[in-house]
Design a protein around this ligand. Structure first.
Ligand code: FCB
Length: 478
């Protein structure tokens, strides 16, 4: 690392270091916060349709209003600036920008995002923009959705239009957020939009989401060569539940179908043999070249998908023990040391360090960004008007320390984005799960920074001041 590094806040691990210019941020996604689904010329997306079908989300919650960020974005950015958060990862709603998924961009949508991105700049906040965080325009779903190859082309066209209209307003662009969830939670598990339960559709969607990434990267390279572009994958840490051969194989299988299916094509230019072994039955081939190619992976696809990007985005939430499953071949998994988090996920920061080291050693020397990491708790406003989310502070302290330790060990990590800036519509879990650093009282849309928001802002300020406190005498400067 050529730039000077700073040590961390006294509450972080003493080994943690962060390079100068490290991006400290928070993240959100359009459908989870914007609301205003029928305003500004926005068209329906698969999440509008899905959340309005009965039984798909908790209590029938929808993103119709969500955090009403569409109308409150200025106050939200003011709050972010007040809290001292310098970087903001947000997503663009495809159906707000291009309501039917084809044709010219909607000027009102463009104006909204121009104002939002200019509003970030005006407050000294650096935006990191995601082109696709799961909200496919419904007309494209009606035309086959992600299982149809032409959807990837539509996305490439959309990316080109966005590059032209908004590309000058941000330096960092994330093409696709978590193709794993979009493909499998949406098409195989049926728990996210569009809600199908068909492995074949999921595998097709997976490949086309990767192809869409490749086409969007190419569109940006052509129109905005100065932009820094990458894809964000969700990467869980997996270990066998026991030393048995069966559990080892189950872990390998789960890794092949949840992690490697997205990492290998992007960073190694081919699907792993273990992934092809699992999904060859649905037409997946290693490269699409030569004999044995089918209609899914076509010649040239992997060259597009693996064209060098500028960074690798990593979302990390889960640490699992995997055990061999029953006759269906489906592995069983459980979270390591489940916590009081309202999802029962783990608070095991070493898992994030392992994931970062794995990506750096097995996949890419590109800079890594932790584009999401966070915890959902049973947060409430106490009688003093405070939200004392001490478990979230504990979580952040641990995971941020793990990132800093990975950096100290030589991994090139350039940023960390806490999920999420504020509580929001947590997909099928509706408003039941609160991941925010800022509490949202949905009935009044009041924002109340939780203790963690103040902690995070303070930690960032200490970093940026180059404070290098002796662990027993906080306040000494470097
Ligand atoms: C990730 C999603 C994000 C949010 C968090 C909790 O998988 O990208 O939108 O739902 O999980």
């Amino acid at each position: 690392m050529t730039q000077a590094s700073t040590t961390a806040h006294p509450e972080l691990s003493a080994r943690a270091t962060f390079p100068a210019g490290f991006a400290w941020g928070v993240a959100t996604a359009a459908y989870q916060i914007e609301g205003a689904v029928a305003e500004g010329g926005r068209g329906p997306s698969i999440w509008d349709s899905f959340s309005h079908q009965s039984g798909t989300t908790i209590h029938g919650d929808t993103g119709d209003i969500a955090c009403d960020h569409y109308h409150r974005w200025e106050g939200d950015l003011d709050l972010m600036a007040e809290l001292g958060i310098p970087s903001y990862r947000l997503s663009l709603s495809w159906s707000r920008l291009q309501p039917t998924g084809t044709g010219p961009l909607n000027p009102e949508g463009v104006a909204f995002y121009r104002n939002l991105l200019a509003g970030c700049a005006a407050r000294g906040i650096t935006p990191y923009v995601t082109l696709y965080h799961w909200d496919l325009p419904q007309p494209l779903q009606d035309d086959g959705g992600w299982p149809a190859r032409h959807t990837a082309s539509r996305f490439g066209d959309y990316a080109g239009l966005v590059a032209d209209a908004l590309g000058h307003l941000a330096e960092h662009w994330i093409t696709i957020n978590e193709p794993m969830c979009a493909a499998f939670l949406g098409h195989s598990w049926g728990m996210q939009a569009p809600g199908s339960k068909d492995d074949r559709l999921a595998v097709r969607a997976a490949h086309h989401l990767l192809l869409a990434h490749g086409l969007a990267l190419a569109a940006f390279r052509e129109r905005r060569p100065e932009a820094k572009v990458g894809i964000t994958n969700i990467i869980g840490n997996l270990n066998p539940a026991t030393q048995s051969e069966a559990d080892r194989l189950a872990t390998e299988h789960w890794d092949a179908v949840s992690n490697r299916i997205f990492l290998d094509p992007v960073y190694r230019g081919r699907y792993a043999d273990s992934t092809v072994a699992a999904y060859g039955q649905y037409g997946l081939t290693a490269t699409g070249e030569g004999a044995g190619g089918g209609d899914l992976v076509q010649p040239g696809d992997l060259a597009l998908i693996s064209a060098p990007g500028d960074f690798a985005g990593i979302n990390h939430y889960t640490n699992m023990l995997v055990a061999a499953g029953d006759d269906t071949g489906t592995p069983n998994w459980q979270h390591v040391r489940p916590t009081p988090s309202s999802f029962g996920w783990s608070d095991t920061p070493e898992a994030l360090k392992t994931v970062l080291k794995r990506v750096a050693s097995e996949y890419t020397s590109l800079p890594l960004y932790v584009t999401e990491n966070g915890i959902t708790l049973h947060d409430y406003v106490d009688p003093n008007g405070e939200v004392r989310d001490t478990e979230r502070i504990h979580y952040l302290r641990g995971y941020i320390s793990a990132v800093g330790e990975a950096i100290a060990d030589g991994v090139d990590v350039r940023g960390y984005f806490a999920w999420s800036f504020m509580d929001n519509f947590e997909w099928a879990e509706g408003y039941d799960k609160r991941f925010g650093l800022v509490f949202v009282d949905y009935g009044t849309q009041r924002r109340i920074p939780k203790q963690s928001a103040h902690w995070y802002g303070g930690m960032i300020a200490a970093q940026q001041d180059g404070v290098r406190p002796a662990r027993s005498t906080a306040g000494a400067t470097a």
